[in-house]
Every structure is written in C-alpha cells, then in structure tokens.
Design a protein around this ligand. Structure first.
Ligand code: BTN
Length: 255
C-alpha cells in the first residue's frame, strides 16, 4: 500500500488564533507540503462559515487544518474537495457510532459540509482554496469536530462524540482515523472516481425531503437532491422543477 501523505508533516500548536489562518500564512511562506496537518489544542479566534466564529472546547475537541495540493484540479470542479472532507469526517463519526453499537443512519452531511447527527451539528468544515489561473493550487481544509465537549450550547443544536456515544474519546486516535479517511478519499479524488460525488449525495441531509430554505433571504421550500461539481445544491421545488443554487443565494433556514 502507498504511504499515507496526509499527516506526514505534522505541526502541533498549544494555542493559535486559527489553524486555517496559520496554514494560509505558512503556505504563503512555502513551508507546507501536500498533506500537512496543523493541530491546535486551543483556538482563540476560530473561524466558521459565513464569517461566523467557531467555538470549541480547549483540549476537548479537534481543531485542525489539512493542506491538499491537487495535481490538476480545475476551479470548476473544486467542490469535490469539500465533498471528500465531509465524507472523511462522516466516516470517522460513523465508525465511532459503530464501535458504540449505535445506528449510523442519523450521521449525515448537510450541504455544504456540516456533519450532523439527526439535526445536531457535530462537525463544521471551512475550506479555502488558492487558485492560479484555472487550477486549484492548494487547499486548506479546516475541520472542527466536537469530540469530548459536553458543555455545548443547547440552542445551536450541537453535539459531540462523547455526548452521542457516552464515552470519552482519545483525540489523537480520532485525528489518526481522520487522516486515514482523508487519504482514502483523496486517492479517489485524484483518480477522478465518481464514487466521491455518489457517496456524498447518498449521505446528503434531507435528501428528497422537503426542507425549509432561504433563497435570497426569502423562505423557500424545496427538496435537496444532489450537489453539482461546482458545489451548488440541486433543489426540486413543489412543481418538480430542479434548479442549482450556490451558498451566496441559498441556505437552510435557521432552526
Ligand atoms: C463552520 O462554520 O461550520 C465551519 C467551522 C470550521 C472550524 C474549523 S476549526 C479548525 C479550522 N480553523 C478555523 O479557524 N476554522 C476551522
């Protein structure tokens, strides 16, 4: 078997503002290779999607960034990076569920790349790609996974591995498992294997079921069906018409 590249270069930080910011800075200095992993035990200014803050329990959860350097990925196809990252996190959570004897059915991926257990968010992913011309030069995948946190704000409907499985998890083992799964999905991405898109679609939260959405800020009810190569959600409306929308226009209505 080929050696695992993801995690070969490993940077461990006791505390940092944001592992994504740190990775971008180190990338600009050409200090990171493909597969570099930056793990922080605490983030003081963790970043989330749509400019939000990402909070995590210092020393309890996983906050890490992974650097990927595709060989020949077109910008138009870059959504596959978000898909593979979500699939890798999904697999780690699903494995923890299996080991605890729990049903993995409720572990799903909510577009664009949250991992949920039913309606409870267990992981968020923030991706930043560096583009040169028409190609993706590098990608920073920032992953926040709630591992041992039990002090989550009830109103944001968050959960952790510990809350779900009822036991503490070794964060180092979780990170190892995550690197393994990222490597496995990365090999498929590099091989342009359609299984990445298919597996993602199969795990899509609310797939085929009517969901409350906001389109340009207005309530809209539609059925998420799939996510295209550009990362747009394909939604079927009440009349059976399917349209593709990006995150700049469409989002799930807050619960
Ligand atoms: C989201 O809003 O759901 C995305 C959250 C992403 C959080 C992770 S934690 C590691 C990395 N560093 C950051 O500042 N953000 C990402």
């Amino acid at each position: 078997m080929a050696p695992r590249n993801i995690g070969q270069q490993f940077i461990e930080l006791a505390s940092v503002d944001s592992t994504n910011k740190y990775a971008a800075e180190q990338l600009a200095l050409r200090k990171l290779r493909h597969g570099a992993v930056i793990l922080a035990h605490e983030q003081t200014a963790g970043r989330g999607q749509r400019g939000r803050v990402w909070r995590s329990g210092g020393g309890l959860d996983l906050t890490a960034s992974v650097v990927l350097m595709p060989q020949r990925m077109r910008v138009a196809g870059q959504a596959v990076l978000a898909k593979m990252a979500a699939l890798a996190v999904h697999d780690v959570v699903a494995d923890a569920f299996r080991q605890a004897g729990l049903d993995v059915g409720p572990v799903r991926i909510k577009w664009p790349n949250d991992v949920l257990v039913d309606r409870r968010k267990i992981s968020g992913i923030l991706i930043k790609n560096e583009v040169v011309g028409t190609l993706v030069q590098s990608c920073v995948v920032g992953i926040g996974l709630n591992v041992n946190n039990t002090d989550l704000e009830a109103d944001i409907q968050a959960t952790s591995l510990r809350l779900e499985t009822g036991r503490e998890h070794d964060r180092r083992a979780v990170l190892e498992a995550l690197c393994d799964r990222l490597e496995a999905w990365w090999q498929r991405v590099e091989a342009e294997d359609p299984v990445v898109g298919q597996a993602y679609a199969d795990l899509l939260w609310s797939r085929g079921r009517f969901a409350e959405l906001l389109l340009d800020g207005e309530p809209f009810t539609g059925r998420p069906m799939d996510v295209d190569e550009e990362g747009r959600l394909l939604v079927e409306d009440g009349e059976g018409r399917v349209r593709a929308y990006g995150t700049e226009r469409l989002r799930f209505a807050p619960r």
